[in-house]
Design a protein around this ligand. Sequence first.
Ligand SMILES: *Cc1c(COP(=O)(O)O)cnc(C)c1O
Length: 370
Amino acid sequence: MTDQLVIPDSLKPSDGRFGSGPSKVRPEQLEALLAQGRTVLGTSHRQPPVKRLVAALRSGLAELLGAPDGYEIVVGMGGTNAFWDAASFALLRDRGAFAVCGEFGAKFATVARNAPFLADPIVAEVEPGTSVQLQTSHGVDAYCWTQNETSTGVVTPVRRVAGSGEELMLVDATSAAGAVQIDLAEADAYYFAPQKVFASDGGLWFAAMSPAALERIETLSAQRWIPATLDLQVCVDNSRLDQTYNTPAVTTLALAAAQVEWMLDNGGLSWAAGRSAASSTTLYEWAERTSYTSPFVEDPANRSPVVGTIDFEGVDAAAVAKTLRANGIVDTEPYRKLGRNQLRIGMYPAVEPEDVAALTACIDYVAEHL
Ligand SMILES: *Cc1c(COP(=O)(O)O)cnc(C)c1O
């Protein structure tokens, strides 16, 4: 290990976690967990301590995201991938239209394609690094897209498809909810998992659901056979009681609740989004003025404020990531299937904006000394 490049401590960020998910957990969240550990951990999830956590998350998320009247925060087990499976049973009636600009959008489209009771999906697919806005299509009952495509660092606006009527808007906000401004009236199911913006562990999903989405779930779950763990009506019924169908990941609930409280105490969504915007402005400005880097996403309007993808030229990004990792600065590797000479930087609200500036100084140091 004698030839391992050592980055001077004076350049290093205060915290070296820049993953796009799971992402940095603030030490204060762990302290909050420890402080309440004996009441929420190792105790019944059907009793007040854990039910209060679920209640705090449901009301806190509704406040943070500005849920309109009639919208409900629903919680379920299994993360976003499980939500896709559940949605194929009780939110997609017959045919969905999907915008695909990366891995995550593609995965939900595949779930729909493989469901034997659904018609073939309509898929609008574009090159990684770009975004696509869905158009109305005949016979479609749900439009599905990803607000922040975590594999490429592309954001797509959340707006009802122009000219649509009763169709549902299903928005994967896994890596955007809580860090990007949102008008929830533009979505019917705005769903996410807590291991990205909410700096928690995985294993759960949350969704802000409109009255139209809740009605669709009630209708379809009465018509179709649905495994109980994937039945959204079961999730809705339990959420209304501040519970989950079976035992939840309580640590995940507690860490997420601490993060939502931190955001609300400091000014809510605009404050949280402002932190990510400050971090990403630093990153993209650095990438534009640095000779060997450029932002992967060409259109500045599509550049993610939470997941920055930076192309390298003439410098081996994988070697940079490896050296950073050896120095305690981790998870800057690009999305594995994208296959580019690139770094990907998670800049969720938990990340200190000054730490992103420090990260760019560390990258420059490594690039110079490799
Ligand atoms: C991480 C991520 C997922 C997958 O979430 P899981 O909880 O691991 O299933 C889905 N969509 C997006 C946009 C993501 O960033």
